[in-house]
Write a protein that binds this ligand. Sequence first.
Ligand SMILES: *Cc1c(COP(=O)(O)O)cnc(C)c1O
Length: 399
Amino acid sequence: MTEDNRKRGFRTTLSHIGRITKNEHGFVNPPLLRGSTVLVPTVAERLKMSARRGEQVLTYGTGGSSTHWALEDAMAAIEGGTRCYIVSTGLAAITTPLLAWLHAGDHLLMPDHVYGPARSFASGLLRQYGVETTYYPPEVDEAGMAALMRPNTKVVFTESPGSHTFEVQDVPAIARAAHAGGAKVMMDNTWGIHHFQPFTHGVDISIQAATKYPAGHSDVLIGAITVNDPDDWMVLHNAGRALGQYASPDDCWLTLRGIRTLAVRLQAQMESALQIAHWLRQQPEVAQVLHPALPGAPGHELWRRDFTGACSLFGVEFKPSFTPAATHRFVESLALFGIGASWGGYESLAIPTTGFITRTAGTGKFAGPVVRIHIGLEDVDDLIADLRQGLGQMRAFEA
Ligand SMILES: *Cc1c(COP(=O)(O)O)cnc(C)c1O
């Protein structure tokens, strides 16, 4: 990311980043380049290319092309880092750096609320390769993290807030303890997208499921891994290439198109989600709304200290008198909210969390059932009317 981008506003940056001016034939947008083999005029030229490892030079399709690099530059700017590696999915953006930095015999610390497939990867493949994982309470403080560190702890993973139960982590405190013990700090920053600047809060490797808000239209799977240090870049780059990690140029191109409107979509969706979260909090069926940007909600103080905004994903805990089945009725009765995983698209979603998440460190216990809500770009009044009738159906089911 250039100094100019650091000084400019988010919307300006998104309008101008990742537009490589040469070879565009005058078009505003970078062309979509597809290809595997790259032909060169001489053998000497080929040898010269191979020596420039980690640079943005065309060598072969898997090394990316200007389509990939445009998106990588844009994502690095969004995250406030220097270099970004684009991979096939958000999950691959988690597994690739874990494989890059962990060796057999190492110890990994993961928050108990971590994204489910990341937990499965740690408990499955990483274990198979001789890496031990401890799941820690996400709300751990610096002393608590220091106590969890072992001599062989090489990575401390964070996800803030947790994407199902929305605990906000004290990332700077966790990072201080991790760095004191010689570990790298990785963060799944999908929720915080741009509103949490990972590298000013002690994170070394930031992960984006760009499938969510950057792509933004529920039609692309893609992941981004950003670093802020040249040595970290080489470790990441070498692992990504060794694993054959690659994203289709079509998906990069679509994501680059998505990020042009990222700032305005995020702003609109954040405002709608906050309005709806406020409304839900006043409903008699609701015990609490798990939205860190809501004053008084869990994690609000840390959110206010470290974030500059929010996305549009939050949770609702219902009063314990409602059964999980009642919340299923609620979700199924909604006309404008789809039942589905993922988020960050233009459309609203609702999905029960209770019964779908694994915890082993004794955290994430709620007295009542929890539903996760994603607010899209629809009109707020329509969404509230839909939620109102859904709550009515839920009450009728329970009575
Ligand atoms: C969706 C998601 C991912 C994975 O992204 P995919 O592109 O679906 O693989 C990772 N982390 C979080 C927090 C997510 O919500």
